[in-house]
Design a binder for this molecule. Structure first.
Ligand code: OAD
Length: 251
């Protein structure tokens, strides 16, 4: 992979920082899966939020208003995932973790499971799991997802309680355990790589500020500008599948 001279120098410097780091944290977003063929959210033409409004698809109110529409959108995203594979960026992170046990904490906003499928251990998943479901309302003793018609959101046949995707919707709290683990990793790391995220969504984006405030070097991997550029010590303008192998392979 050929990089321009400036990027090549920044890559070399980042590799040195990573080698010297006792603890590395990596915060990923939708951009790490873009080269697997999974759409991002905010890329201008191809991102989900270029076509859809998040308040119609990614809030509890939207689900209560029109469960079928929201269910269909998540079902479509799940189906798409059956046809994609982890890319060289996911693999570089997983292989590095295998070679350097305990040195890298991987925090992701992604719900696509591709880091896990690539073999990354102990992934800190801040926004849930697209492949999992949970009850919409607190389940009662009657609640079994027994009333399931093909293609419709499953519900309890007695009280009607709906199943929903186990992802974090706008306005909802992040899973407490994952957030605590992520904050701890951000506070303890020597270098944080921020890969493929617009940095527009908090509290996830706040982890980069937290790492920086704790004295870590923050390096952004993104072909475009992001909301976190001002927090970064270094910007690597390339794609995840190009840059991560350059940074993490062969040592
Ligand atoms: P965004 O869609 O907001 O940002 C994707 C970022 O990836 C952009 O900055 C792109 O420039 C960058 N990008 C695109 N292709 C890339 C590539 N090949 N390599 C590296 N970077 C690339 O996605 P997130 O920041 O992940 O929330 O969005 C954060 C949250 O907003 C998501 O987790 C989701 C969404 O609403 C929930 O699902 C709760």
């Amino acid at each position: 992979m050929a990089f321009d001279a400036g990027t090549a120098a920044a890559l070399a410097a980042t590799r040195e920082s990573l080698r010297a780091a006792r603890r590395i944290a990596v915060l990923t977003g939708a951009g790490v899966s873009a080269e697997s063929g999974v759409p991002t959210f905010r890329d201008a033409l191809t991102g989900y939020w270029a076509t859809f409004r998040p308040e119609d698809l990614a809030t509890e109110a939207a689900y209560r208003r029109d469960p079928q529409r929201v269910w269909d959108w998540y079902a479509e995203r799940r189906k798409r995932l059956q046809h994609v594979q982890p890319n060289a960026g996911h693999t570089a992170l997983a292989d590095f973790a295998r070679r350097h046990p305990g040195r890298l904490a991987l925090i992701t906003q992604n719900v696509d499971g591709l880091h896990q499928r690539a073999g990354s251990p102990d992934v800190i998943a801040l926004h849930g799991d697209l492949g999992a479901e949970q009850w919409l309302d607190r389940p009662r003793s009657c609640c079994l997802p027994d009333f399931t018609e093909d293609g419709h959101p499953p519900r309890c046949g007695v009280c009607g309680n709906l199943r929903r995707p186990a992802v974090v919707w706008f306005g909802e709290a992040l899973p407490a355990e994952a957030l605590a683990a992520a904050e701890q990793a951000a506070a303890a790391c020597d270098v944080m790589l921020v890969v493929g995220t617009s940095g527009a969504v908090y509290p996830a984006a706040g982890l980069a500020h937290r790492a920086r405030a704790a004295g870590a070097q923050v390096v952004i991997v993104n072909p475009h500008e992001s909301d976190l550029d001002a927090v970064a010590d270094r910007l690597l303008r390339g794609t995840s599948a190009q840059v991560l192998p350059e940074l993490l392979q062969h040592w």
